[in-house]
Design a binder for this molecule. Structure first.
Ligand code: G
Ligand code: G
Ligand code: MN
Ligand code: NA
Length: 250
């Protein structure tokens, strides 16, 4: 309950900041996108999402939090639109709870329109867990998002026991291999190879999270991953720091 009150207060005071972790193409070495990762500001400290996302879901506040994050991401995309980062695609994490909210799609399309942005500048990351129940409502919402032009990715892939026949019917573009197979403690080659094979045979892009060393990067590239994210490149950064990071890499 105390956690819930902190969250409520933070929402009332608009105390959330979004940081952006770059996603790198293994082909070109360039930044092709960034994942929006929310932090809660309390005084001088930034609280990481692991400490409050679950609370938000349980307290019925995740819809509001997602709205706050998506709005900040839109504001940022609209700024980046004007300069060298104009092609940056922003990935926003979606809780399965948001997908079940009836007006969710109307809200995001209205928000985009308000900023003059188009859906193809955004990707939604959905955790593999949404596949467990093969929920027709979720499938329908994902189809609608895809039809509107949003990209969709399955996050934390490999940890959620997904129903593979259901995976085939989902309008998902990208698999994000969970970082636990990459760097904790080392590359789990058989699992990573299997996921890459699955993704490629379903014509999906395969992105790997948690890339921490150059050796991991070369191995992953050889195995056929398309893009990577991780501390080898950068942690999640404030928007201005991401701009500098991109400027230094090109
Ligand atoms: O920022 P950090 O690396 O600690 O993120 C941990 C996890 O928190 C991420 O893997 C992601 O799943 C989740 N997360 C971060 N930001 C958001 C958000 O805006 N919405 C939701 N639903 N989850 C988020
Ligand atoms: O959406 P997701 O839960 O996967 O969010 C990414 C999380 O992974 C964030 O909490 C981020 O801080 C963390 N992370 C990002 N890159 C790395 C990395 O290279 N190594 C490790 N250990 N964690 C990472
Ligand atoms: Mn994610
Ligand atoms: Na993940």
């Amino acid at each position: 309950l105390r956690q819930e009150r902190r969250l409520r207060t933070a929402l009332d005071r608009d105390s959330f900041v979004v940081h952006y972790q770059p996603r790198i193409s293994f082909d070109s070495g360039r930044v092709v996108g960034a994942e929006a990762l929310v932090r809660m500001r309390e005084g001088d400290t930034l609280i990481m999402p692991g400490a409050f996302i679950r609370v938000a879901e349980e307290a019925g506040l995740i819809g509001e939090l997602t709205r706050v994050v998506f709005r900040q991401a839109c504001r940022q995309a609209a700024r980046w639109r004007q300069g060298p980062l104009r092609d940056m695609r922003i990935s926003v994490n979606l809780s399965p709870v948001s997908l079940q909210q009836p007006d969710f799609i109307e809200e995001v399309t209205a928000e985009l329109a308000g900023f003059g942005l188009s859906p193809d500048q955004f990707e939604f990351e959905i955790t593999e867990g949404v596949l467990i129940g093969a929920n027709p409502r979720i499938q329908e919402q994902l189809d609608r998002l895809r039809d509107l032009g949003f990209r969709l990715s399955l996050d934390d892939f490999g940890t959620g026991f997904s129903n593979l026949s259901y995976l085939r019917r989902l309008p998902v573009d990208t698999l994000k291999i969970d970082r636990s197979f990459v760097s904790q403690p080392e590359l789990d080659r058989p699992i990573v190879e299997a996921i890459i094979g699955l993704g490629r045979s379903l014509q999906m892009k395969v992105v790997v999270e948690g890339v921490e060393t150059g050796d991991q990067e070369s191995a992953l590239r050889r195995l056929g991953c398309h893009e990577g994210q991780g501390f080898l490149y950068a942690p999640a950064l404030p928007a201005e720091a991401l701009e500098l990071f991109c400027a230094e890499r090109t």
